[in-house]
Design a binder for this molecule. Structure first.
Ligand code: GLY
Ligand code: MN
Ligand code: MN
Length: 418
C-alpha cells in the first residue's frame, strides 16, 4: 500500500475455476499474487487494498458461509473468518461485487488492476469504473488511470524474505527425498510413469500440495524433447533417464533435474556428455553473485558447453565464432535460468531499461544447462545420438557464495551410480 501511494486502489481477483467436464472442475490452484498478499486461498474471491481508507484499507470479497454448499465442497472461511483469521478490515459477499465495487473506486485516482487475464472479471471491473465515473462530481473523483499491479507486486515477490526462503527450502527438501526414491526404484523394464508415480506419491506423503509443474520423466531419446510429459515409455538397460520434477510446498516451487543411468552405470559416451553438462552447470552456479545477470550466467554455461561440443566432435571451428553464430543452439537451445518462487517460472523483470537486471541477494533462480543430441542427428558422432542430459538446481543469490537449495540431491556421476 505504501508503494501504491494515496488515492489509489488495488483490485486483485482470485484465479477463475475451469470446468473439466459437466460439474467436475480442474484442480484449483490459488492465484500466487493473492496468496502472497493474504495467505487466503479460496476461489471466487477478490482482495481490495485501499491505502489510507479510514475504515477499511483491506477488504476481502469471498463466498458467504452456506451449509448446503459446504456439505459438498468443504468448509468456507466465511465473512467473519476473513476478518478474524486473515485480518481483513471489512469482508463482503462475493455475490455483492457488482453493487459495491464502484464505492471502492470513488475518490481514488489510480486503479491497480490486471486487465486481460480474466475477461469476465474485466467486464465487472470496467462496469464498476464506469459507475464510479458517473458518480464523480462535486469534488468527488474516480480513477483516471489503470495500472498493472505487477509493477509493484511482482517486484516484491522477486525478493524472497527469510520465511519465503524457508518455504523454498522445504519444497527443495521434499524434492530431494523424491529423487532419492526415484534413484532407488529405477530399473530396466520399468515404465517412465512408474517413476512419475513415485515422485508424486513422495511429494504428497511429505505434505507437498502438488508438483510445481508436470513432472518430466524422459528416458532414452525422449530426453531430447524438452517438455516431454507423456512419460509412457518402457525404460531399457543402457538408457539414461532425465527426470525434471519439483514439489510445491506452502505455495512455493522447487524445480530440479537429474539425469541418471537406468541400469546404474553410465556408458563411456553418456559419461562424456554428462561430465560436459556438469562442468557447465558448476561454472554457471559459480557465476551467480550479486551484480551478475541471468545473461552472464547463461554466457558462462554456453561457453563451457560449446567448448565441450568441440571436444566431443559435435561442432568444429573457433570457439568465439561458434558462439557468435549461435551454432551451439543445435545442441543447447534453451536458456540457462529463470526466476523461481511461488511460480516455477516466477515473476520479476529480467531486463530493466534495456539492460539485463543485476542479481541481488534474496532473489532465486534455476541453473539448468543441458546437451541434447537428437537420435536422428546424422551430423553427430553415432555414439552420442539419442543422448539428452540436463542438470538443474535452485540457487539463492546471497551477498557471498551462491546458496544451492537443492544441494542435497546427488549429481556427481559416481554418486549417481552408487
Ligand atoms: N521444469 C521446467 C523448467 O525447468 O523450466
Ligand atoms: Mn525443471
Ligand atoms: Mn527450470
Amino acid at each position: 500500500m505504501e508503494r501504491m501511494g494515496p488515492q489509489s486502489v488495488l483490485l486483485l481477483p482470485s484465479t477463475p475455476t475451469y470446468i473439466r467436464n459437466n460439474d467436475v472442475e480442474h484442480e484449483y490452484r490459488p492465484d500466487s499474487d493473492l496468496y502472497y498478499l493474504t495467505g487466503f486461498r479460496e476461489p471466487s474471491s477478490l482482495v481490495a487494498l485501499v491505502p489510507g481508507h479510514a475504515e477499511h484499507p483491506f477488504v476481502v470479497y469471498l463466498r458467504a458461509r452456506d451449509p448446503a454448499r459446504e456439505l459438498w465442497d468443504g468448509a468456507r472461511v466465511g465473512l467473519d473468518g476473513a476478518r478474524t483469521m486473515f485480518g481483513a478490515d471489512a469482508s463482503r459477499d462475493i455475490g455483492d461485487i457488482d453493487s459495491t465495487l464502484a464505492d471502492l473506486l470513488l475518490d481514488r485516482r489510480r486503479l491497480y488492476y490486471a486487465l486481460g487475464r480474466d475477461r469476465a472479471m474485466d467486464d465487472r471491473v470496467l462496469a464498476a469504473l464506469a459507475n464510479a465515473r458517473r458518480r464523480a462530481r462535486r469534488g468527488r473523483i474516480a480513477p483516471t488511470e489503470i495500472v498493472e499491479p505487477s509493477t509493484i507486486l511482482h517486484e516484491l515477490r522477486w525478493h524472497k524474505d527469510e520465511a519465503e526462503l524457508a518455504a523454498m527450502q522445504r519444497a527443495a527438501d521434499i524434492s530431494a527425498q523424491a529423487f532419492e526414491r526415484a534413484f532407488a526404484v529405477r530399473q530396466p523394464g520399468m515404465y517412465e510413469y512408474e517413476i512419475e508415480a513415485e515422485l508424486r506419491g513422495c511429494f504428497r506423503r511429505l505434505g507437498s500440495e502438488r508438483p510445481a509443474y508436470e513432472p518430466i520423466v524422459a528416458s532414452g531419446p525422449n530426453a531430447c524433447t524438452l517438455h516431454y510429459v507423456q512419460n509412457d515409455r518402457r525404460m531399457e538397460s543402457g538408457d539414461l533417464v532425465l527426470v525434471d520434477a519439483g514439489a510445491e510446498s506452502g505455495g512455493y516451487a522447487s524445480d530440479v533435474t537429474r539425469t541418471f543411468p537406468v541400469n546404474g552405470r553410465f556408458s563411456p559416451a553418456q559419461r562424456r556428455v554428462y561430465d560436459a553438462v556438469l562442468r557447465a552447470q558448476i561454472a554457471a552456479i559459480a557465476a551467480v553473485r550479486p551484480g551478475s545477470t541471468l545473461t552472464e550466467v547463461h554466457k558462462v554455461a554456453v561457453r563451457s558447453l560449446t567448448e565441450s561440443m568441440v571436444e566431443l566432435g559435435l561442432l568444429a571451428g573457433s570457439l568465439d565464432e561458434l558462439i557468435e553464430r549461435e551454432d551451439y543452439k543445435r545442441y543447447y537451445m534453451h536458456g540457462t535460468s529463470h526466476w523461481l518462487g511461488m511460480d516455477v517460472h516466477d515473476v520479476g523483470r529480467e531486463w530493466i531499461d534495456g539492460a539485463p537486471r543485476a542479481l541481488e541477494p534474496g532473489c532465486v533462480l534455476t541453473v539448468e544447462p543441458g546437451l541434447y543430441i537428437r537420435a536422428d542427428d546424422g551430423a553427430a558422432p553415432a555414439e552420442y545420438r539419442g543422448i539428452g542430459v540436463r542438470i538443474e538446481d535452485d540457487v539463492v543469490v546471497t551477498s557471498n557464495e551462491p546458496y544451492v537449495l537443492t544441494a542435497k540431491i546427488p549429481k556427481e556421476p559416481s554418486a549417481l551410480e552408487r
